[in-house]
Design a binder for this molecule. Structure first.
Ligand code: XBP
Ligand code: MG
Length: 276
């Protein structure tokens, strides 16, 4: 069960360092209190050469002839949650609901184990600019959180490998909620654990399901697309970019041209303050 790394305290307010005789801290004036990141496709390109490979290895290990090629997997990605994705596929491949349910548990457990092993080899890299943005946000006292559909057995090792788990105040995964994206549950739980309202934060997503989940939770959402999500309906996002950040700037596929600077603390702060 992924738990809050630590509840986010207002800037400088930490029980360990502030005797209660000090005057109360001035209320933070920073409108940007938190940024909530999706994982798959947003913080890291995990799907085509990661999850898809692990699913196929699990099929092979179970003696099943199924193999998801790049194109077919892109279509299956519209079903969030690896367990639900497998079960849907097995039933559409002729397995009875009972047989599909039993096979799914075995296959998804094995797939998760295989993907976590792949993560530990260092084969999965973060997207350009992700680590720098997270570090810059934390330096400015902005809380950072994760809200993902993925299973915590691989999410936590991946976040630790790429950023260090201390880079996040809160991590909520598909293991923590019943309803998966596009349901807003994972974002609502993240806001609860951050003790924040949707107006205080921005979500960063890559897919239609993810944008819909964030917007349904009342959050403003910026989309950073990838090869699987570029053509999806991301109309709920305030802007659609082709990457988080790049030295020469990013392409603004939709939204205020100011986003060409990429996802910077200043750009995200402008958004929450009612700007771009
Ligand atoms: C993407 C998903 C996940 C992954 C596979 O999650 O839908 O299901 O594809 O991971 P997000 P699991 O974009 O919300 O991070 O097999 O662990 O579900
Ligand atoms: Mg995603």
């Amino acid at each position: 069960m992924s738990t809050a790394r630590r509840q986010h305290l207002p800037q400088g307010a930490s029980p360990a360092t502030r005797p209660d005789t000090d005057p109360p801290l001035p209320e933070r004036v920073d409108p940007l209190r938190a940024v909530i990141f999706d994982v798959d496709g947003t913080l890291a390109d995990t799907e085509r050469d990661g999850h898809r490979v692990a699913f196929n290895e699990a099929f092979e290990a179970a003696g099943l002839h199924y193999r998801w090629d790049v194109e077919e997997y892109g279509e299956l990605l519209t079903i969030t949650g690896g367990r639900r994705r497998i079960e849907h596929y097995l039933q559409s491949s002729g397995h009875s609901p009972t047989e599909a349910a039993a096979l799914t548990v075995q296959l998804h457990r094995d797939k998760t184990h295989r993907f976590a092993a792949l993560v530990r080899t260092g084969a999965i890299q973060s997207r350009p600019g992700a680590a720098e943005l997270i570090s810059a946000l934390r330096t400015e006292g902005v809380a950072t959180a994760v809200a993902t559909t993925g299973t915590d057995d691989w999410v936590l090792p991946l976040l630790d490998m790429l950023f260090g788990l201390d880079a996040f105040d809160v991590v909520v995964t598909g293991s923590d909620v019943t309803d998966l994206k596009p349901h807003p549950a994972v974002y609502l739980e993240t806001l609860v654990r951050l003790h924040l309202t949707p107006a205080d934060a921005v979500a960063v997503e890559d897919s239609a399901n993810g944008v819909q989940a964030a917007v349904s939770a009342g959050l403003r959402c910026v989309a950073v697309v990838n090869e699987y999500t570029r053509d999806q309906d991301l109309s709920g996002a305030v802007a659609v970019l082709d990457d988080l950040a790049r030295p020469d700037g990013v392409s603004v596929l939709r939204g205020d041209p100011q986003w060409a600077e990429g996802l910077t603390v200043a750009a995200l702060r402008r958004l929450v303050a009612g700007g771009a």
